[in-house]
Design a protein around this ligand. Structure first.
Ligand code: NAD
Ligand code: WQD
Length: 339
């Protein structure tokens, strides 16, 4: 069996996926440029799975270095492509950075797939491609709406680039549309470590509880939802990581119904911001300092996954609860801050 290349494998979702791949018996080589991660993540991975993944520090925007990588590693059997820039607000301020990092890297990898007959490719997509859904829960055949940020647009364009490439080559690909990944590995060896002020809800909650942030702002309580706050589908990162292993096995065993497939990866349950806050307080016994503020521009009101296709076709189902996720996030935060 050949190696599996995991790009962005030292990042949040990538590191959890490397662990699950190694646990499932795959030999992994990671490419990461450490722009949003650190080398210590490798130690965390080794402490959990007792195996050291191969690692190449490389910027995927460098086409010739990407080419040299594939000359060195001639036995890559599949690629899971996580490496990307992911901050929605930053993408609005610096769109070219996002188009360059999220599209060039994909194109260079796909060119190498064609050149080297690597035919199994998994792509990190996002529920952001759906925009504000017309009906809920949202399934994979719902229309892709005009992106509200350059980041979201890169995910839409990437899916199209992959689709077009699959149409004219032997490439088989699965795009996984993640909903809102949260949580950390239960060992507390790896987790999410955002640089600077967190943009996402759960890291902001845990940093507030840890005393790094004074107060959580809840962005709006006047939405047309039962408690007025926005609704999302929060999925445990370990469940999400496992979906990649199942998707990879589907590609390697040639089980796909077409050479480009898309699956929603969520829990199928929608939770409001206030429900998340209350669940966090309950499960961690921490009182959270929060206040209701204005809506955040660009937020959709409510989005959660129809997971039927992932459950029935992919054979994957989320297992962990919101409480599991929030407790693991809190345990990770405590470990990182020595609390
Ligand atoms: P992350 O930032 O933690 O991980 C991405 C990793 O890629 C980082 O380690 C970074 O250093 C690396 N990287 C970035 N650009 C690179 C380049 N040019 N060359 C080499 N390495 C590079 O992000 P994450 O949360 O683990 O997200 C992984 C993927 O999932 C991304 O494609 C992201 O867009 C997608 N996604 C994330 C979420 C989320 O909420 N976290 C939701 C939906 C989709
Ligand atoms: C969740 C809810 C906020 C912070 C983003 C990207 C999406 C995907 C996942 C990559 C919303 C509210 C948040 C805070 C709050 N990433 N909130 N106070 O916006 O659903 O999705 O990350 O693909 O593309 O857009 O996630 O965690 O930022 O917000 O009240 O300090 O929490 O308004 O309702 P979001 P999030």
């Amino acid at each position: 069996m050949g190696k599996i290349l995991v790009t962005g494998g030292l990042g949040y979702i990538g590191s959890h996926t490397v662990v699950e791949l190694q646990n499932a018996g795959f030999e992994v080589v990671i490419i990461d440029n450490l722009s949003n991660s650190s080398l210590e993540v490798i130690d965390g991975i080794v402490n959990i799975s007792k195996q050291k993944p191969l690692f190449e520090k490389l910027d995927l925007r460098n086409k010739s270095e990407v080419s040299t990588f594939f000359q060195k590693y001639q036995d890559i059997e599949g690629i899971i492509h996580f490496a990307a820039s992911k901050a929605v607000g930053e993408s609005v301020e610096n769109p070219l950075l996002y188009y360059e990092n999220n599209l060039n890297t994909l194109i260079y990898l796909l060119q190498e797939c064609n050149k080297n007959e690597i035919n199994n490719f998994i792509f990190s997509s996002s529920c952001t491609v759906y925009g504000e859904p017309d009906s809920l829960p949202i399934n994979e055949s719902a229309p892709v709406k005009k992106a509200t940020s350059p980041y979201g647009n890169t995910k839409q364009i990437s899916e199209e680039i992959i689709f077009d490439t699959c149409s004219v080559s032997n490439l088989k690909s699965i795009a996984l549309r993640y909903f809102n990944p949260i949580g950390a590995h239960e060992s507390c060896e790896i987790g999410e470590l955002p640089l600077g002020v967190p943009q996402n809800l759960v890291p902001f909650i845990t940093q507030t509880a840890a005393g790094l942030r004074e107060q959580l702002s809840v962005f709006g309580d006047d939405y047309p939802t039962p408690d007025g706050s926005c609704i999302r589908d929060y999925i445990h990162v370990v469940d999400l990581a496992k979906a990649h292993v199942v998707a990879l096995q589907r590609l390697l065993n040639d089980k796909g119904e077409s050479n480009f497939e898309i699956f929603n990866i969520g829990t199928g349950r929608g939770s409001s911001v206030l429900e998340v806050v209350n669940a966090f307080e309950k499960v961690t016994e921490q009182k959270l300092n929060y206040k209701i503020v204005d809506r955040r521009p660009g937020d959709v009101i409510s989005v959660y996954a129809d997971t039927k296709k992932a459950n029935e076709v992919l054979g994957w189902k989320s297992e962990k609860t919101m409480e599991d996720s929030l407790l693991s996030s809190w345990n990770w935060e405590k470990k990182v801050r020595n609390i």
